[in-house]
Design a protein around this ligand. Structure first.
Ligand code: FAD
Length: 495
């Protein structure tokens, strides 16, 4: 999309920031409107979060940044990450002793990367701030849009959030060629888009709340290196599977771990019923063995009561655009539960795919000497929705299914057997192209819908092969006995 256009991006989260980078590096005039203040200002708290959250960044997110035409971006981002090679499952044996079991994500040694969401976001904003064709508008809340006239309205906040009594916030009107809505799960762009297109929309709050905790670094590390500060392995995503709930820990680049409790609302209600929180450490000790050795009981109690208990939403909708004037990306289009570690990665991938399609249509437009950016954009946005809806729906479903895998299946022998078998096939017979579903999602860039199809196919092939083996081992001898007995019977009758 090399012809200069005015592109406005709503939301300066990770997805909006990357979309602005893609748009700006194609020479467009880019304006970014963000509800909150500048994240790089220490007084700005990310929406909904106590400070920030630690995320798993994987191939799809990295690939989108690799293609942003910003050579230093990927190294700038990777510098703040910690590789996690696999899960570390924590539990208690029947004899009461604690155990931990490492389950690598990938036989080829590939890792996902732990990163602070706010840190990643700031790095993207830093690079954007150096671009002359990018203008930021912080403390601007989108309040209305007309996607036929390409106009939008914003409430301008003074940054202090509250407006003095009786004083109405200032409102501004802008125009644009294309609006990119990357304003998160409760997207205002999506809300206005629904008035212009027949959008199918579906949302689900799962019966799980999440709350954040911290594991502090060692008080007396052996040396000055970052690695020696960590209380547990920094190269794993730690999981305490509790069947109905789970506790996880992800490393940060200051020696701490950011931990998250995922549990049904009723468990929170039970724990909240006694304001002293006396029984919280016992509860943790029972379901998440070893956690009370890492987080002192008084800290568990205070974090439980002072940090918010937040819901998890899953959103599916279609289409993602209207005409040539607006498209939604990231959580605005497909917020998902966090159990595949793909919400942000999928949102960053949206950006790469959208601009690939826009570029393709611009080239066709140039080759045909046509000169109508709006109709080119319309064709591109039509194609984007057509292609992306199926994939976004696929990863939303996978993310919901993976909650069961993380909190329960990781302990089941059949799950471990299939994982082991698929890994051996991937390692020793690479020509088969066999991979686990997790590897395809986290270490590759093939379409999510394709991942689902291939994984289902692999499951069927394995089932057939195992049934055949079982039949060979048990059914074979049974048939042989049957045949011998039938022959004897025939002989007896013949005689
Ligand atoms: P957001 O990050 O929500 O950003 C939207 C921006 O829009 C915000 O800055 C907001 O202030 C702004 N905005 C909102 N309304 C307006 C308005 N009216 N006007 C102007 N601006 C507005 N993803 C992963 O890939 N890996 C993980 O490991 C992972 N772990 C997670 C763990 C948890 C506990 C949670 C809750 C999520 C996790 N995710 C993970 C998901 C990830 O956080 C989101 O997918 C990602 O932040 C979405 O980015 P976004 O830019 O689309 O939206």
């Amino acid at each position: 999309m090399e012809k200069k256009q005015k592109i406005v991006v709503i939301g300066a989260g990770p997805v909006g920031s990357l979309a602005a980078l893609y748009a700006a590096s194609r020479g467009n005039d880019v304006e970014i409107y963000e509800l909150r203040g500048d994240l790089r200002d220490p007084s700005t708290t990310p929406l909904n979060f106590t400070k920030s959250i630690n995320l798993a960044l994987s191939e799809r997110g990295l690939n989108a940044m690799r293609h942003a035409r910003q050579p230093k971006l990927i190294d700038h981002v990777k510098a703040a990450t910690i590789p996690m090679r696999g899960r570390m499952i924590h539990g208690r044996k029947r004899d009461g002793t604690l155990y931990e079991e490492a389950q690598d994500y990938d036989v080829h040694g590939r890792a996902i990367l732990a990163i602070d969401r706010g840190g990643l976001n700031k790095r993207l904003l830093d690079i954007l701030a150096e671009m002359p064709n990018v203008t930021f508008f912080f403390n601007h809340k989108l309040t209305g849009a007309d996607f036929n006239k390409n106009k939008a309205w914003f409430e301008v906040r003074d940054g202090s959030r509250s407006t003095e009594k009786g004083q109405r916030p200032r409102e501004i009107e802008i125009d644009f060629d294309l609006m990119i809505g990357a304003d998160g799960a409760h997207s205002a762009v999506r809300y206005h888009l629904m008035k212009y297109t027949r959008m199918d929309y579906e949302q689900q709050y799962i019966d799980t709340l999440w709350c954040e905790f911290q594991i502090q670094p060692k008080e007396n590390p052996e040396d000055d290196t970052l690695m020696s500060k960590f209380r547990i392995s920094p190269n794993h995503l730690h999981i305490w599977p509790g069947k109905q709930f789970m506790f996880i820990a992800i490393p940060s680049d200051d020696g701490t771990f950011t931990c998250t409790l995922f549990a049904p609302a009723s468990f929170y209600n039970n724990l909240e019923s006694d304001p002293s929180g006396r029984h919280i450490p016992d509860w943790f000790d029972h379901y998440f063995p070893g956690v009370t050795d890492l987080i002192p009981p008084e800290q568990l109690i205070s974090s439980f009561f002072s940090n918010p208990h937040l819901p998890l939403i899953s959103i599916k909708c279609k289409p993602y655009h209207y005409s040539s004037s607006v498209v939604i990306l990231g959580d605005a289009a497909h917020a998902m539960v966090p159990f595949y570690g793909q919400g942000m990665n999928a949102g960053l991938e949206d950006v790469r795919i959208l601009f690939d399609i826009l570029d393709k249509h611009t080239r066709i437009d140039e080759d045909s000497l046509a000169n109508d950016p709006a109709s080119t954009r319309k064709m591109a946005l039509d194609e984007y929705s057509r292609v992306r809806v199926e994939d976004a729906h696929a990863i939303n479903d996978l993310a919901l299914q993976n909650y069961v895998e993380m909190r329960a299946s990781v302990l089941s022998p059949s799950y471990r057997f299939r994982k082991w078998l698929e890994e051996q096939l991937s390692k020793y017979v690479p020509s088969l192209g066999w991979q686990t579903k997790y590897s395809r999602v986290s270490f590759g860039n093939e379409r999510y819908s394709e991942v689902v199809r291939k994984s289902e196919h692999q499951g069927k092939v394995l089932m057939r092969a195992l049934t055949g083996l079982l039949f060979g081992a048990v059914g074979g001898p049974l048939i042989a006995v049957g045949v011998v007995m039938a022959m004897r019977y025939r002989r007896a009758v013949d005689v």
